[in-house]
Design a protein around this ligand. Structure first.
Ligand code: GDP
Length: 443
């Protein structure tokens, strides 16, 4: 049986948590394949009369299902203290986490990674990337530099200490001489991590073999990405990106599977666009967008943008940061379809657009008289391009109680049809609220 990839097609926060949670009914494994505790999924679970809100940062969403084995794959970077706290919180909410499996190849976030993340962001000043300061970027940098410590090192403390001594020498020199911080002691770190090692021991597994055996046994594996396509280290809006590969290709390396194992690639796509942190955002409403763009977007005062943030509750799950918001961007959606090889879309948050009389959809970018239907090859074009908008009528009605796709207002269906036409990939589900039941399958 096949693997399915769930990938965000924008800058993250598309509602992947809800989509994965819904699909988890039909799968046996849910695997996180990249990123760390900088991601956040919000899942509204339980029966509609007593919904429970769960916020997950590192544990795969499938943890809520008795039929699912949640897996933290090779490509993830793991902060053991934070993971254990998250597990404790889930257990306190009555959730069984005993089936969790963690790859021994995942890299460990160390105290100096967190510290370096904090001080380098401060050092960059206005050029800062807007990282979540949880040490994710520095951990991936050490992985590439081949000085990282991995989960499996926790189970040979002699090797752990040897590696730590080597790397800490350089980190302490940087911390103290460049950033004027106190050096860290290897013995303290060793003591702290030895405690984590014992608590994590029951969860450690050869996840790659586990998943391949599962596939051979006819089980379905769902590979769950964090962040989104435009935050991909290689294919996103560099340098305002994350330090790993959320795209579908990253799912393969991050879980140890091959291309032929994947049958479906499901793009999670918000009915509008949001972005956290710095970087260009052509269809942005208000905020940092240029004056011309604001005029073209129909929001010269920034009021529409504020409304979108408030109605969509666009604040980060992990950080609480206000997200930047903007109209749907089909150029980005086409790009995501290609980069990921999408087979279908799961469209989220259509209900939020009920708050607007007129909707705009960007179908191309215009730069120096040329229209770009596809993502421009140079970042300067992306930075300065003007969106070319289609205008569509809004519907006004509340969608959150609609139970059948056919019962959506005709303007809402026309909006979905137009997005599908512009993206070139079928939209299979439309979500009209955070709860599981607020999902309409489009036939
Ligand atoms: P993720 O990281 O991609 O899972 O996204 P987040 O969890 O950060 O953000 C999605 C937010 O939107 C969560 O609070 C969800 O409960 C909520 N959500 C998901 N789908 C919908 C939807 O269709 N409508 C509304 N109004 N909220 C939704």
């Amino acid at each position: 049986m096949p693997a399915w990839v769930v990938v965000g097609t924008q800058w993250g926060d598309e509602g992947k948590g809800k989509a994965t949670d819904l699909l988890a009914d039909d799968v046996e494994y849910v695997v996180r394949y990249q990123g760390g505790n900088n991601a956040g999924h919000t899942i509204i679970a339980g029966d509609p009369t007593h919904p429970r809100t769960l916020k997950l940062h590192l544990v795969p969403s499938g943890v809520l299902y008795p039929n699912v084995t949640p897996v933290i794959g090779d490509g993830v970077v793991l902060d053991p203290g934070v993971l254990l706290e998250e597990l404790d919180t889930l257990v306190a909410q009555g959730i069984d986490v005993s089936k969790l499996k963690i790859s021994g190849n995942a890299h460990l976030i160390m105290p100096y990674h967190r510290e370096l993340d904090r001080v380098t962001e401060r050092y960059l000043g206005r050029q800062k990337l807007g990282t979540t300061k949880r040490g994710i970027g520095p951990t991936y940098a050490d992985k590439a530099a081949r000085v990282g410590l991995r989960v499996q090192d926790l189970y040979d403390m002699k090797i752990f200490r040897e590696k730590l001594d080597v790397v800490l020498k350089e980190k302490n020199a940087v911390l103290s001489r460049v950033y004027n911080r106190l050096p860290m002691r290897a013995a303290d770190i060793e003591t702290e991590y030895a405690v984590y090692a014992e608590r994590l021991r029951p969860y450690i597994a050869d996840t790659m073999t586990l998943l391949h055996d599962g596939l051979e046994d006819g089980k379905t594996v769902l590979l769950e990405g964090a962040q989104g396509t435009l935050l991909d280290l290689d294919h996103g809006t560099y340098p305002f990106v994350t330090s790993s590969n959320p795209v579908a290709g990253g799912a393969l390396t991050g879980a140890g599977l091959g291309p032929k194992d994947v049958e479906r690639v499901i793009g999670i796509t918000k009915a509008y666009v949001t972005r956290v942190g710095a970087g260009p955002f052509p269809t942005e409403l208000g905020g940092e967008s240029s004056v011309q763009r604001s005029a073209a977007s129909g929001d010269p005062t920034g009021e529409l943008g504020e409304r979108m943030t408030d109605v969509g509750q666009e604040y980060g799950t992990t950080t609480g940061r206000r997200r930047r918001v903007g109209w749907f961007d089909a150029v980005l959606a086409r790009y995501a379809a290609r980069v990921n090889g999408l087979t279908e879309h799961f469209l989220t948050k259509l209900d939020v657009l009920s708050a607007f009389e007129t909707l705009r959809v960007c179908r191309a970018y215009r730069y120096q008289g040329t229209d770009y239907d596809h993502f421009p090859p140079h970042q300067s074009i992306f930075h300065h391009a003007e969106p070319v908008y289609d205008q569509l009528p809004g519907w006004g009605d509340d969608l959150t109680a609609v139970g059948d796709y056919a019962d959506l207002p005709k303007e809402a269906r026309a909006y979905v049809d137009r997005l599908e036409e512009l993206c070139g990939v079928p939209i299979r589900w439309v979500s009209v609220g955070p709860a599981r039941s607020q999902t309409l399958e489009r036939t």
